[in-house]
Write a protein that binds this ligand. Structure first.
Ligand SMILES: [Cu+2]
Length: 318
């Protein structure tokens, strides 16, 4: 049995399961406290400062922590999850692990994460992009201000990455958004997704924010903020800092990013670079990726995701 990942706008079942699942993970307290996290960081990631409130943390918070931790590991190019080739495989590993925990709390081994095909909404007039039915009580809640509607309105932010390598254990508060703000009025468009699909290579030297191959176009540094980066900036609020997985939109965005990568691999074979013996450490095909939940995997382990999931539709720019 493998999960099928579906469009959140057209699959009400996937949508409702997902929103219920993230709410359950946010209300599941496995016995980890802010003090435990502080001690864990001091021992393993001393570059991260942590302050604030003593409180129990949820399974969902630990996923937020994982993203902050990976971002805090500097490599000669980018960090252990962004701004280099590792961006796509690291987030694929991360989403697989969230999907496994959602399957557990939903008691459904076939549950697949939904994706948000934002380029579809990017074709709407700019003023309508943040008022679609996704942004309602039946969807992910309000697109601006504090989120109070629907299951996401029940979720709480507890860990906040207020500046690079600094975590605040905050008084639990609602998720904040500022969709279609001055830094990004509109969502990415289909023509931009097509540009990422048309790239001939996965990545290339110097493997950084300046290349013009698939990974960097999709991450959104090329002519940025574009694609993935633009969605973070457009939603704004809690989608901005390293603690952006606080907003469940994060996973809907990244599921669509992963889907675009999958569509690219269908057309270009599962060709990853850098291979062994080239490129910066931490980004190569056989390098183990930073993990604090589940096994650490290598890019080579996740290039073919068919043992975990598949997508209902890979027509990503259509
Ligand atoms: Cu990320």
């Amino acid at each position: 049995m493998t999960a099928i990942r579906r469009n959140i706008v057209t699959s009400a079942v996937s949508r409702d399961q997902y929103l219920q699942g993230v709410r359950l993970l946010d209300q599941e307290f496995p016995g980890v406290t802010a003090q435990d996290v502080f001690n864990f960081l001091q021992a393993n990631f001393p570059q991260i400062q942590m302050q604030g409130r003593q409180q129990p943390l949820s399974t969902y918070d630990i996923f937020v922590l994982w993203h902050i931790v990976a971002m805090s590991v500097p490599l000669s190019v980018g960090n252990a999850a962004h701004s280099g080739p590792i961006f796509l495989p690291w987030h694929r590993m991360y989403l697989i692990q969230l999907e496994i925990h959602l399957q557990r709390v939903l008691n459904d081994v076939d549950f697949g994460l939904p994706y948000w095909d934002w380029a579809e909404d990017g074709e709407l007039p700019t003023s309508q992009q943040h008022t679609t039915t996704l942004w309602s009580a039946n969807g992910v809640g309000e697109s601006r201000g504090a989120v109070t509607l629907g299951p996401v309105g029940d979720m709480q932010v507890r860990l906040f990455n207020f500046s690079q390598n600094s975590i605040l254990s905050d008084n639990p508060r609602p998720i904040q958004r500022q969709a279609s703000n001055a830094s990004a009025r509109r969502l990415p468009r289909k023509s931009e997704v097509q540009e990422a699909l048309d790239a001939l290579a996965y990545d290339e030297p110097n493997w950084d924010n300046n290349t013009e191959q698939h990974r960097n176009i999709l991450e959104g540094w090329h002519n940025g903020p574009a694609l993935h980066n633009r969605v973070h900036v457009w939603v704004g609020g809690d989608m901005g800092p390293g603690s952006s997985p606080n907003d469940p939109i994060f996973y809907l965005n990244h599921c669509n990013v992963d889907r675009i990568w999958e569509a690219w691999m269908m057309n270009n074979s599962r060709d990853y670079r850098p291979q062994v013996g080239e490129g910066p450490a931490g980004h190569r095909i056989n390098d183990f990726m930073v993990s604090i939940i589940g096994d650490s995997l290598r890019p080579i382990d996740v290039l073919d995701p068919s043992q975990w999931y598949s997508y209902d539709d890979l027509n990503v720019a259509g």
